[in-house]
Unconditional design. Structure first.
Length: 193
């Protein structure tokens, strides 16, 4: 069965060593898109959320310092408070909200990879969301406006020294999740031979 022909979402017939369903790596890349619409209201099994976040934990990090951690919110009351700060359709109907948080660390040579570490971990999570048959959106910019990240930190009782980097509402989409048109390979890449 061709995964790309299934609508509105997809099912796969491959299994991981851990027994879970998984899709081909490149299918996940080609299907990965930001979903800002409503979710269907169904919950997500805790094991799926753990596997999705584990993908973020497995991301590379500068000097392997692993500056990114995650808060997974499934509590309805807390999700409602988060949706008041980030009032999108996805946040209001998400089965779960994954919140990547990071700590600042500087190497002896003055380099810090906090932002790079966080970004690598979130992209792994976004790919894992797709591979598990869910949808989500990486909401970063809103954290930088009106002290939203600080307000979220208060809601989740985040310990000092950690910064809220984003929120990722996750769920089962009620609409198709098309990837936006991308510029061609020739417009964005070149070989030096």
């Amino acid at each position: 069965m061709n995964v790309k022909e299934l609508k509105p979402w997809y099912h796969v017939e491959k299994f991981t060593q851990r027994g879970g369903v998984i899709m081909d790596f490149f299918d996940a890349i080609y299907k990965r898109a930001s979903y800002r619409e409503e979710f269907d209201g169904a919950g997500i099994p805790k094991a799926d959320l753990e596997e999705i976040v584990e993908a973020g934990i497995k991301a590379p990090s500068g000097y392997n310092h692993q500056t990114t951690s995650f808060i997974i919110v499934t509590n309805t009351e807390v999700k409602s408070k988060l949706a008041e700060l980030v009032p999108t359709k996805a946040m209001k109907t998400a089965a779960a909200v994954i919140i990547p948080v990071s700590s600042y660390w500087e190497a002896n040579n003055g380099l810090s990879f906090e932002i790079e570490d966080y970004a690598a971990s979130v992209e792994n999570i976004m790919l894992a969301i797709v591979a598990k048959g869910y949808a989500g959106v990486w909401v970063d910019g809103q954290m930088k406006l009106d002290h939203t990240g600080d307000k979220i930190a208060e809601i989740i009782h985040l310990e000092d020294g950690l910064t809220v980097r984003a929120v990722i509402p996750v769920g089962r989409p009620v609409k198709d999740v098309p990837q936006k048109e991308k510029k061609s390979f020739g417009e964005r890449a070149k070989f030096i031979e």
